[in-house]
Design a protein around this ligand. Structure first.
Ligand code: ADP
Length: 384
């Protein structure tokens, strides 16, 4: 019995209603029985008739108050029993109405809770498209709405996971197929066992290595386990350091790499290594997608309570229809081109965006069109 009550919300609610009804009735009985004689006497005195203790009970008009307890005569006894009868009927009627109302209320509370519980079980079994139907706007309806939001998020995470597995297998297959093909060529004697063949195999293995590194980094940033060591940093010196680091790469490709920034920019709150990683990524891309003789400009300026850093190039540009997708993982405008050019796997910008957003900033790409250069801009908040 106790276990039944412990495990059923409906039984608990019903028991609490019954308890309130019983306590109410007890209070009513005690109060009415103690108040009744006094009220009876007062009323009789008011009408000029008070009842003495005698067996007849009826005393003459003008009887003195204090001549003994008045509310004991047969008239009072009759009155009390009819009062008790009325009280009993009223109490029973009230109890029945309260019970019916409590049953209706209990059902209206329990039905949506049971619906949520059923849907939870189905979601746990992997059916992420299930949603609860809850009407109204009370707390239970809000719970249902939040539950649906959570289910929607789980659904998206699950489809992202599925897509990620598909994408990763596809990305891994390409270099693996190349390595396998070269090895078979070597075994069959179709390919010469010379430095060039080994170099090719090495380049593909290298590609695999980079892909795995990128994937590891991506899983870290997407799992939001990115631990940022935030501190006030000077954007200009950070830009200087990165430009210096990538100088030789720009020089080897005959691209001029320039820095443009006003002095006295406020410091930003950022993780220095992570912010540098974003810059390296953007400048690296600019260098990669800009032909010889081009120019890459790194600039910064204060905008509101943020510093905006931009990397502009005079390179191949990005067609408008690709602009909204280049931050998606594995997205490349021209897959064959970026592969030939020793390009990455299309993860670099996804990682850059995750890092910038973890700092509370935003990142965007602009390009007037193919062959007309690109401009990548990201923001970092001022240090407080
Ligand atoms: P990848 O490692 O392939 O460069 P990213 O995520 O860094 O991957 O970039 C995604 C795609 O966006 C690239 O494959 C390229 O097509 C395009 N892209 C990025 N930066 C530039 C740029 N500066 N100019 C032209 N295209 C770019």
């Amino acid at each position: 019995m106790t276990a039944y009550f412990r495990n059923h919300l409906g039984a608990k609610l019903l028991a609490s209603y019954l308890a309130v009804i019983v306590v109410g009735a007890i209070v009513l009985i005690i109060a009415s029985q103690s108040i009744l004689p006094v009220a009876f006497n007062r009323h009789m005195m008011g009408t000029g008739m008070a009842f003495g203790p005698g067996p007849g009970g009826m005393m003459g008009a003008g009887a003195q108050a204090g001549s003994g307890p008045a509310a004991t005569g047969p008239l009072f006894a009759d009155y009390r029993s009819s009062f008790n009868e009325a009280l009993t009927y009223a109490g029973l009627a009230a109890a029945v109405v309260a019970l019916v109302l409590s049953l209706i209320f209990t059902r209206s509370v329990l039905a949506p809770v049971e619906a949520i519980s059923r849907v939870t079980q189905r979601i746990a079994a992997g059916r992420y498209d299930e949603r609860v139907q809850v009407g109204g706007s009370d707390e239970i309806a809000q719970l249902g709405e939040r539950f649906n939001q959570m289910a929607g998020k789980l659904d998206r995470v699950e489809s992202m996971r599925r897509q990620l597995i598909g994408d990763v297998s596809h990305e891994l297959r390409t270099p693996l197929t190349a390595i396998k093909g070269s090895m078979e060529g070597l075994i069959d004697g179709v390919l010469p066992a010379n430095a060039e063949t080994f170099q090719q195999i090495h380049a593909e293995a290298d590609r695999l290595n980079r892909l795995v590194d990128d994937l590891q980094e991506l899983s870290r940033v997407e799992a939001r386990s990115l631990e940022l060591q935030l501190r006030p940093i000077d954007v200009l010196s950070l830009m200087h350091a990165v430009v210096k680091r990538l100088g030789p790469q720009a020089a080897s490709r005959h691209i001029s790499l320039e820095l443009e920034s006003p002095a006295g920019l406020p410091r930003v709150s950022a993780d220095e290594d992570r912010a540098a990683q974003v810059l390296v990524n953007l400048i690296g891309n600019a260098l990669q997608y800009t032909p010889e003789g081009g120019k890459v400009t790194v600039a910064a300026r204060a905008m509101g309570d943020q510093v905006e850093v931009s990397v502009r190039d005079t390179g191949i540009g990005i067609p408008a229809e690709h602009l909204s997708q280049i931050f998606d993982r594995f997205y490349r405008v021209d897959k064959s081109r970026s592969r030939r050019a020793g390009g990455g796997s299309g993860i670099g910008l996804t990682i850059a965006r995750a890092i910038v957003e973890a700092h509370g900033g935003s990142i965007r790409a602009e390009s007037p069109g193919e062959g007309q250069g690109s401009n990548f801009t990201f923001t970092l908040p001022f240090a407080r």
